[in-house]
Design a protein around this ligand. Structure first.
Ligand code: 6GU
Length: 258
């Protein structure tokens, strides 16, 4: 996968050089480039914002630098994929890159969307600051991209950069080879619509607190049943909204007995 991030604070994205995502980049599983929006300005002051038409507080990001930046990154993934892929690149090569616009006014980011985006050849993240990007950029970008305004949740950040850190980590860890043991992707919160069960390690007794006896029993059937039960209990307690959405059709036979 190829990821391009456009921001006026490229240094904000430095953590993407660390840990699992940094390793994935080094290993060539993920090609990620961060671009400074100001390099796409043409005036002496490298201006990226201006006052809003209609008045009101704050500033709006100007369209011209964004168009230059997005034109320069559009299709970089396709070129990359075509040269790097071994066989079946022909059908994938014509796919439009996805332009993700982090915004509290976007659709909610969740695990399902992370899985969906992990299938793409190229993702471009356009980090807005101030009151946002001139809306015409978002409309115009449809010519080159599939455009998706995406929000992390119902609160306001100062810009898209922190949201990009979260989304790139959530998507990047789903790419083949990034997480060492792919089984750890299966049994985790949200992978099946429920929260993860609680986990314990040695010592079995710590500050007068014992690990649940079933986990020491060696009875794998009982352990699986206990964990499933804990998933439901936790989800009901902390995220009843998820339980309401939980697809009863996906309940396994075992689930009906826990
Ligand atoms: Cl994706 N961007 C910004 N600026 N604020 C947010 C957000 C994104 N998600 C929640 N708040």
């Amino acid at each position: 996968m190829r990821i391009d991030v456009v921001s006026i604070f490229p240094e904000y994205l430095a953590p993407l050089e660390l840990s699992l995502i940094g390793k994935a980049r080094q290993d060539g599983l993920l090609e990620l480039k961060v671009h400074d929006l100001r390099t796409f300005t043409t005036d002496k002051h490298r201006t990226v914002d201006d006052t809003p038409y209609g008045g009101g507080a704050g500033m709006v990001m100007k369209p011209e630098p964004w168009a230059q930046a997005l034109e320069s990154v559009a299709g970089a993934g396709a070129a990359e994929g075509a040269s790097a892929a071994s066989g079946d690149s022909a059908s994938e090569g014509s796919r439009k890159p996805v332009l993700i616009v982090p915004s509290p006014a976007g659709e909610r980011f969740n695990q399902a969307l992370a899985y969906e985006l992990a299938e793409e050849e190229q993702l471009v993240f356009a980090c807005g600051r101030y009151e946002g990007i001139d809306e015409r950029v978002i409309e115009w970008a449809e010519e080159h991209f599939t455009v998706r305004p995406v929000s992390l949740g119902d609160y306001v950040l100062n810009g898209g950069e922190v949201a990009v850190l979260a989304m790139v980590e959530a998507i990047g860890r789903l790419l083949p080879g990034v997480v060492g043991n792919p089984e750890s992707l299966i049994e985790e919160s949200h992978s099946d619509g429920l929260l993860e069960y609680p986990v314990f390690t040695k010592p079995s007794s710590w500050r007068e607190r014992d690990v649940p006896a079933v986990l020491l029993s060696g009875n794998h059937g009982k352990i699986a049943q206990w964990r499933r039960h804990e998933q439901f209990r936790r989800t009901a307690d902390r995220r009843p909204d998820l339980l309401a959405e939980f697809d009863a059709g996906s309940l396994s036979r075992a689930d009906r007995n826990v």
